[in-house]
Design a binder for this molecule. Structure first.
Ligand code: DHB
Ligand code: FE
Length: 284
């Protein structure tokens, strides 16, 4: 039977991808950030997933403002890196898993989550930057990825509670999948950031740290944080954090924190990474 072994929360700041691709990781500005992700990569090697379900948001790249699905799932065999204005990132093409993807879509839709089904899509920094941070600069990504884009770009995004419930439905689907797969779920985006307007550059480290504590220790309370609280306390784009509740809902309530890293700044945002492992999973 398939099982979810771990969940990863990870910011997806595009400048981090550019720093990697342009060979700037040893520069003074970037060095402390990339040092923090060394341990993350070590843990991912140990976890050695067979498949990643990656919850992220498209930033007007694949969907534009013409179509804005709230919850969606990528079913294609491949998802090329998108050109976001500077040419596509020089990262491997993301390989999907149509068999597992269609299984998951069916299970989620029959669990009353109306997923938009995507047969063709290019993926932006929201998806590729966390892959780079967790797996490093590789010739091929170590496993297939099921992209799950979530709307957090146009109001209203789904509530944290609804996201948590989607995570629970993902957990049920994975548990019922007959193949022996080790699954890791990524929730990406965040942490505090606002990248426009008068409050551009707003960082609220207290909010971020408390969010990480709650996510581990009291996930249902974390999922109940209202949208307005993210926006007022941690900047408009911190609403991306609702996607982390999908990851958390996919884990058991007593999942343990294996690693946490928090760093300011990258671009003008705060960066967070948390790795939670389900009971019975050990990391050295
Ligand atoms: C930036 C963009 C993002 O999508 C994000 O999540 C964080 C930062 C940026 O442009 O700096
Ligand atoms: Fe983003």
């Amino acid at each position: 039977m398939a099982k979810i072994i771990a969940g990863v929360g990870c910011s997806h700041v595009p400048a981090i991808g550019a720093a990697i691709d342009l060979g700037k990781t040893e520069e003074d500005y970037w060095k402390p950030l990339f040092k923090g992700f060394e341990r993350s990569k070590e843990i991912m090697k140990q976890l050695n997933p067979d498949i990643v379900i990656e919850i992220y948001n498209d930033h007007g790249t694949a969907f534009s403002l013409q179509y804005i699905p709230t919850f969606s799932i990528g079913l294609a065999p491949e998802f090329p890196a998108a050109d976001e204005g500077w040419g596509p990132r020089a990262v491997p093409t993301v390989k999907g898993d149509p068999d597992f993807g269609w299984y998951l879509a069916e299970s989620l839709i029959l669990s009353d989550f109306d997923m938009t089904m995507i047969n063709e899509m290019e993926v932006d920094h929201g998806l590729t930057v966390p892959l780079s941070l967790m797996f490093g600069q590789v010739k091929e990504w170590p496993c297939p990825v099921i992209p799950m884009p979530i709307n957090v770009v146009t109001y209203p995004p789904p509530s944290g509670k609804r996201c948590f419930a989607l995570g629970r439905a993902i957990r049920k689907a994975v548990q019922e999948y007959p193949k022996d797969l080790r699954v890791v779920v990524f929730g990406t985006g965040g942490m505090s950031h606002q990248i426009h307007g008068e409050r551009c550059g707003l960082i609220n480290s207290d909010f971020d740290k408390k969010f990480l504590d709650m996510l581990t220790q009291d996930p249902q309370a974390a999922a109940a944080i209202p949208h307005k609280q993210y926006v007022t306390e941690a900047g408009a784009e911190s609403i991306e954090l609702v996607m982390w509740h999908i990851m958390r809902g996919a884990l058991d309530d007593d999942a343990k924190e294996a690693y946490r890293f928090y760093h300011v700044p990258a671009s003008n945002t705060a960066v967070g990474n948390i790795i939670l492992v389900n009971p019975g999973v050990e990391v050295k």
